[in-house]
Design a protein around this ligand. Structure first.
Ligand code: MGD
Ligand code: MGD
Ligand code: MO
Length: 773
């Protein structure tokens, strides 16, 4: 799908992350997007107390800081929204959908901002303009015609602000379903499902202030130089203070090694940099569970030795006694655990495990952070629970300078969940909604992302509504997902920019263009602010600064309100009143969620407020009222194990991750600077010794065939082999080009997250070895 540019080349990156290279890229992006002078100023307001929240990632800001928070990829996200390029009705008049389908994801993105609501016309195979009221009438007609509300699914991507998300879930539940597939199903779902079983709540326990007091940081499965660049600034400060930072990542990410802070003039002028990671551990893909269990086992063993020698133990016995249950069974399981299995499954030699264990034990205040490297695996829930166990053993939860830090993706993915975008809502939440809004909410659990796709394939879901995102490309099993969407009676996408999902049509289809967070959202003549919740549970209010990309855009909140009015009428809820004054939505939120008391008053304060996370306060919302140690065995019967048993060492495990120039499915450019890849996306990183074993050479083209227990053939073709510092048996490539290799049914146990980072594949040389044009 993605056409590689002829100038594609590989050139190892030897500099620090950040620095002048990042500044240069900022300038390039502003020019490329033709961002005008007025909108330049927007950038200075990014993450400022009186500005807007960055639509890039969910990393928090220091007090919504007083200094300019610089971030290359935040600028890219803003520039992409503030672009002066437009996709007008004339554009659609000039292109059939079949034409547009031939364009790459990169090309589709480059056309600019959507300006008008459009409806698909099958006679001409084109999108035609439609009046907003007609669009809502069309949606209402379809929704009202469904014999069962569960035949509709309502997707949310994580940029949607709290106000729109709250109103959206209220509408959908009043309509009658809990079918809320959302991007977190593909992202941190294992965190949200795993942590409640150990510490009672599926959120992180730290705030930025804790980073000032941590002496040890373990960074699991994350590439912050690309995906959370502002996190590097925080890590830099930790490193300067002498904190130990360990990266645990199969791929030796250059961006985790050294960082030049663009916010510090001296570092920039002297071209100096700060070393970030003092230690780099490279487990095999999916080996983290065994590695973390090994650290826990080593800790118990050393504690047993110390106690036998009459010394102080190494466990936080007071914490364990007062706050936890299940420790004895957990420790017994660790003592009985075979070392050889842990070493083999983690891919980390015993001596390295012991070194890492020493770092953990010597840390007085330890923070563990993690990203997609832990969550997108079959055993992700168990891995996250094991990490929680490890932290609990030394009381590293609910204490200053220590704690659990899942690093979320989309800027409001955590807030959307808090607002009730949840296919498995709790009874308490539904009861409350029922009381406040006087209706009978649906009680049956709804479909997540993968289940929604299956339901569409089975004819059980006929209407798909996407609040943002790019459902067709972000999800696994691409050809099947396309079939699923095409089987719908109606597909609707609320979007800022054109993407492939808009071209994978149900029998009828709509594109509804919306305001971005950087734009002024005027309702009844009053500019409205929206709130978001970041990865550390800070809730803040933000106002757009730019003129809207078109006069014919509606805010997401207005879209929900008008769709709700058209479908349900306004007898029970005055949708227009809510959409006319977002503060009134916040008042409703406060009536539904106790933790949002005085919402409007508290969020008016610059920087907002911290939403209570009970586990941070050592209040355990588990069944026992205590934090729970959970026993898990190493899983040695996974699709990977089974495929390896069949194919031996030629079976490789592939992970799919982000390049530096993409935002999920949005391709901003063709480079991955820190990994030294330029002008190419179809690359596959491979270990040198595996190349020799396979009889292949760096630079050759290969096809990937994924090997699952079903009989379906899933292939991805013509990827360039790039020799890289990655463990043997492991491969890395970018998504979404590789999503077709992942079957719908391969998901994380207990979370439903596609296993995007453990795909068993076989490589073969492509028939055509001539370089791309
Ligand atoms: N610029 C930019 N920013 C973004 C995004 C973007 O696409 N572009 N996406 C946003 C979103 S939605 C999200 S969820 C986050 C994602 O941010 P990350 O969590 O950093 O996501 P990935 O790029 O998928 O890469 C994860 C890292 O995990 C490592 N990894 C892969 N498999 C394993 C494993 O088995 N074990 C370990 N220990 N490591 C492993 C990879 O080498 C890689 O360094 O970023 C958010 N921010
Ligand atoms: N193989 C593989 N697959 C993955 C992953 C992986 O690591 N590997 N990562 C997964 C993860 S972590 C995630 S979060 C998902 C992401 O899945 P999604 O959230 O569905 O995808 P995005 O690419 O972030 O969506 C981009 C689109 O959102 C629209 N958009 C942007 N801003 C706004 C806005 O303010 N409002 C509205 N309404 N629309 C807007 C634009 O039209 C843009 O084209 O992908 C998942 N898929
Ligand atoms: Mo994500």
């Amino acid at each position: 799908m993605q056409k590689d540019k002829p100038e594609g080349h590989i050139e190892p990156y030897h500099h620090a992350a950040g620095g002048w290279g990042a500044l240069k890229q900022v300038a390039i992006n502003l020019v490329r997007e033709k961002v005008s002078g007025g909108n330049f100023r927007t950038l200075l307001k990014q993450n400022q107390p009186d500005g807007f929240d960055c639509p890039g990632c969910a990393w928090p800001d220091r007090e919504h800081a007083s200094t300019f928070e610089f971030c290359e990829n935040g600028v890219k996200a803003v520039a992409a929204e503030a672009t002066s390029k437009r996709v007008k009705p004339a554009f659609f008049a000039a292109h059939t959908v079949a034409d547009l389908l031939r364009q790459s994801d990169y090309e589709l993105e480059q056309h600019g901002r959507l300006t008008d609501p459009m409806v698909y016309d099958s006679a001409s195979d084109k999108y035609l303009p439609i009046a907003w009221d007609d669009a809502f009438a069309l949606i209402a007609r379809h929704l009202k015609a469904l014999p069962d509300p569960n035949q509709a699914a309502f997707y949310t991507s994580g940029r949607t602000g709290n106000e729109a998300a709250f109103l959206f879930q209220l509408f959908v539940r009043m309509y009658g379903t809990n079918n809320f597939p959302d991007c977190s199903n593909m992202c941190h779902e294992p965190t949200s499902r795993g942590l409640p079983g150990t510490v009672g709540i599926g959120k992180g326990t730290v705030t930025l202030e804790d980073f000032e007091h941590a002496d040890t940081l373990l960074i699991f499965g994350q590439n912050p130089a690309t995906n959370h660049p502002r996190m590097l600034g925080e890590l830099r400060d930790c490193a300067k203070r002498g904190a130990r930072i360990v990266s645990i990542n199969p791929l030796r990410e250059r961006g985790l090694e050294r960082f030049t802070s663009p916010a510090h003039a001296l570092e920039m002028l002297t071209n100096s940099s700060t070393a970030i990671s003092t230690m780099f551990i490279q487990p095999t893909l999916g080996g983290d569970f065994a590695l973390i269990k090994a650290l826990a086992k080593r800790l118990v063993e050393r504690d047993d030795e110390a106690m036998a020698a009459g010394q102080d133990g190494l466990l936080d016995r007071a914490f364990i006694a007062e706050h936890t249950t299940g420790f004895d069974a957990f420790a017994q399981d660790l003592r009985a655990q075979d070392w050889a299995e842990l070493v083999a499954e983690s891919g980390v030699p015993r001596a390295r495990i012991e070194e890492l264990s020493d770092v953990y034990i010597n840390g007085k205040n330890v923070i563990c952070t993690w990203g997609m490297g832990l969550t997108q695996h079959k055993g992700a829930v168990a891995t996250i629970q094991m990490l929680s166990n490890l932290m609990m053993m030394r009381g590293n939860i609910g204490r200053k300078g220590a704690g659990l830090c899942p690093v979320r993706g989309h800027s409001n993915v955590q807030g959307d969940r808090t607002m009730g975008i949840e296919e498995k809502p709790t009874k308490a939440f539904l009861d409350r909604l029922q009381k406040v809004f006087d209706f009978e909410p649906p009680r049956a659990h709804g479909y997540d992302v993968v289940e929604s796709i299956q339901a569409m394939l089975d004819g059980k879901v006929k209407v798909f509504f996407g609040m943002g995102g790019n459902f067709a490309m972000a999800t696994p099993d691409t050809p099947l997902t396309f079939d699923a969407l095409r089987a719908c009676d109606l597909t609707v996408h609320v979007a800022t920019k054109l993407n492939r999902s808009h071209l994978i049509l149900g029998k009828e289809a709509l594109i509804l263009p919306t305001l971005g967070r950087t734009e002024i959202d005027m309702q009844n003549g009053v500019p409205q602010g929206v709130t978001v919740e970041d990865s550390m549970s800070m809730v803040h209010l933000s106002y757009g600064m730019n003129q809207p990309a078109s006069d014919n855009l509606l805010s997401e909140t207005a879209i929900v309100a008008r769709m709700a009015h058209a479908t349900l009428g306004s007898d029970k809820v005055d949708w227009h009143a809510y959409a006319g004054d977002y503060a009134s939505i916040r008042d409703a939120v406060a009536r539904v969620f106790d933790d949002f008391y005085d919402f409007n008053a508290r969020v008016a304060k610059p920087g907002g407020f911290h939403l209570k996370v009970a586990s941070r306060e050592r209040e355990w919302r588990t069944a026992s009222g205590k934090a729970q140690f959970v026993v898990h065995a190493v899983d040695t019967d996974t699709p990977i194990h089974r495929a390896r048993a069949l194919h031996g060492e030629r079976l490789m495990v592939l992970m799919t991750a982000r390049s530096h120039d993409q935002y999920n499915t949005t391709i901003y450019g063709m480079d991955d600077r820190y990994r030294g890849v330029f002008g190419l996306r179809r690359v596959v990183f491979v270990n040198k010794d595996d190349l020799a074993m396979l009889g292949m050479r760096n630079g050759q083209y290969v096809d990937m065939l994924s090997v699952w227990d079903d009989a379906v053939e899933r292939r991805a073709e013509r990827f360039v082999l790039v020799e890289y510092d990655i463990p043997r048996g492991c491969l890395g490539a970018y998504f979404p080009e590789t999503n077709g290799l992942i079957p719908l049914h391969s998901t994380a146990d207990g979370a439903g997250t596609p296993t995007s980072k453990s795909i068993p594949v076989l490589l073969s040389l492509s028939a055509d070895q001539t370089p791309a044009e």
